[in-house]
Write a protein that binds this ligand. Sequence first.
Ligand SMILES: Nc1nc2c(ncn2[C@@H]2O[C@H](COP(=O)(O)OP(=O)(O)OP(=O)(O)O)[C@@H](O)[C@H]2O)c(=O)[nH]1
Ligand SMILES: [Mg+2]
Length: 323
Amino acid sequence: MARRGWTQEELVTGVLAGDRRALARAISLVEDGEPVGAAVVREVYPRTGRAASIGVTGPPGVGKSSLVSALVGHARALEKRVGVVSVDPSSPFTQGALLGDRIRLADHFLDPEVYIRSMGTRGHLGGLAEATLQALLLVDASGKDVVFLETVGTGQSEVEVIGIADVVLLVLMPGSGDAVQALKAGIMEIPDVIAVNKMDHPAARTMLQEVRSVVALDPVRERRPPILLTEALRGEGVPELWDALEARRAELHARGELDARRDRNLSGEVEVLAVARVRELVRRTMRDDDGVRALVEAVQRREVDPLTAVGAVVDAVTRGGAR
Ligand SMILES: Nc1nc2c(ncn2[C@@H]2O[C@H](COP(=O)(O)OP(=O)(O)OP(=O)(O)O)[C@@H](O)[C@H]2O)c(=O)[nH]1
Ligand SMILES: [Mg+2]
């Protein structure tokens, strides 16, 4: 790095001007839980909300990154400025996943109108979901037209990250039977669009039928997501997928649902992130507060009842203030 010290003002000006080094620095600061990172987000926040955000989720290895890369290529051909934020909360081998992303998205690293960032797990109080939201806001503020948010997920755990996207794309592939069952059981939320990727695989059509029959169970016809076959590596079905995502967003907008969804997403995000902070504070209190630890041990000896200890934990947490 040629330049080490950015002032907060330089970061704000840089991010708003679309300077990728300022953007990268600001995201690193929020990742590290540095107060100046949060301060930059606070300043640029009124300038966010212009980017269309597309959440991309699905089981591991279905081709999310490959598909995002192909979609980025398509968006660039349409002269859109693009951001990609990818998250892997589950993998203990995040470095490996990040390396994979780098390979998958390598075509776009030299394009100044494309900003790509992978988020790794950090230990600070807000955790990964918080850092990801902040990163998304910074990328949005930097003037991108569209931001892809990639995250691994089959059930609900990814919701807190993906819950901020305008539209959600679920990527499946032949063999994603568990995810289809999760959809059917209502464990997984219905996405806006479904891509059955790896259509070059012989079982792709069977998968498509399976997904179709599950989606058709939804009595609300307009909620049924379009299902497309894609082959990310060769770009097969990618223009159609892009069009389906655009059409879905336009449809939501026309019905006034996009604004309502954004309002819901933002209040939901505040709640989810507040809960995450409180949960982390409880965890830390139970680990570090001597008085609380003694009480929990007394519960274990059956000298103190559990709710007495709960009260003490809540007292300790609220006394500390939910920073
Ligand atoms: N045959 C075939 N392989 C594909 C296709 N799309 C992706 N792949 C391969 O599938 C593997 C996983 O692709 P990724 O794009 O990394 O998948 P991902 O869903 O982002 O994976 P994680 O982020 O690790 O969950 C890679 O080896 C890709 O080359 C496709 O359409 N057809
Ligand atoms: Mg990936």
